[in-house]
Design a protein around this ligand. Structure first.
Ligand code: 6PG
Length: 266
């Protein structure tokens, strides 16, 4: 039985507006989580798209509005490189955000890309189990998971044709990306699906066709990673710029964004 999921998307005219909307969402979800549970647990992705959002969160008004003292920050994935490497997702977030906000060091859960990939994945899984106090087959329920999407449809470090697509039991794995000849550490998509709110930030014309295929195409010959993200509460959100959302139907204005909703049955 195909699982139904609804993709709600907001298309903004510029990447800057996407970043502002993402910073507003990050702040709102963190405040809501702290109000409801006394703590906010958010997982961020790497790549270039989130950088503008990081910079906004590190500055006013967001810096004063985010409950940093009750926030735990995690990563969706990491390249298997040292944290000082130019490719490190941690380094990017540290430069743009962590070094500028009052996040307690023991609330920043870095994936240790400098370790052997399998060791790094196992250590991160243990850190998740400990910090979320998981038992048995429980998966962590992040309050917000921020994802990007590559031109090839990958998300997190779940790339097309990679073994990681088939992992259903573990929380965190080492995944080899053949076309990059590189190892990555990544949350598995059943963990991503458990997120209370799963939000894609996608920008740029190069992603418009793939996004159209993911959201509106017939079932792909091989399911692309991103559509496998079927948020268990049934709704996945996407914040898009005009170029990335170019081929999606626009239904109505919502503030300064054009919005749309699509039911995903694959
Ligand atoms: C990574 C990311 C990855 C990213 C996409 C989009 O480690 O590279 O987690 O999944 O979100 O590749 O990257 P851009 O934002 O750079 O387009």
């Amino acid at each position: 039985m195909a699982r139904k999921c609804v993709a709600e998307y907001l298309v903004y005219d510029t990447p800057e507006r996407v970043a502002t909307a993402a910073a507003e969402l990050f702040t709102r979800r963190a405040q809501e989580a702290v109000t409801e549970r006394g703590i906010a647990r958010i997982a961020i992705s790497g790549g270039t798209t989130p950088k503008r959002m990081f910079a906004l969160l590190a500055a006013e008004p967001f810096r004063s509005e985010v409950p940093w003292d009750k926030l735990s920050l995690y990563w969706v994935d990491e390249r298997c490189v040292p944290p000082t490497d130019a490719d490190s997702n941690y380094r990017s977030a540290n430069e743009e955000l962590l070094s500028k906000v009052p996040l307690a060091g023991d609330c920043v859960f870095r994936m240790e890309g400098e370790l052997d990939p399998e060791e790094g994945a196992s250590k991160y899984e243990a850190a998740l189990r400990n910090s979320f106090k998981l038992e048995g087959a429980q998966a962590p329920a992040f309050d917000l998971i921020l994802l990007g999407m590559g031109d090839d449809g990958h998300t997190a470090s779940l790339f097309p044709h990679s073994d990681g697509l088939n992992e259903m039991g573990r929380l965190v794995i080492a995944n080899h990306v053949d076309n990059k000849n590189a190892w990555r550490i990544t949350l598995t998509w059943p963990v991503i699906n458990q997120g209370r709110d799963v939000v894609f930030l996608i920008e740029g014309a190069a992603k418009a066709d793939r996004l159209h295929e993911l959201l509106m195409g017939d079932s792909a010959p091989e399911p692309l990673p991103s559509p496998l993200i079927r948020q268990d509460t049934g709704t996945v959100h996407l914040l898009l710029d005009a170029e990335a959302g170019r081929r999606l139907p626009k239904l109505e204005m919502h503030g300064d964004a054009e919005t749309g909703v699509l039911e995903l049955t694959r």
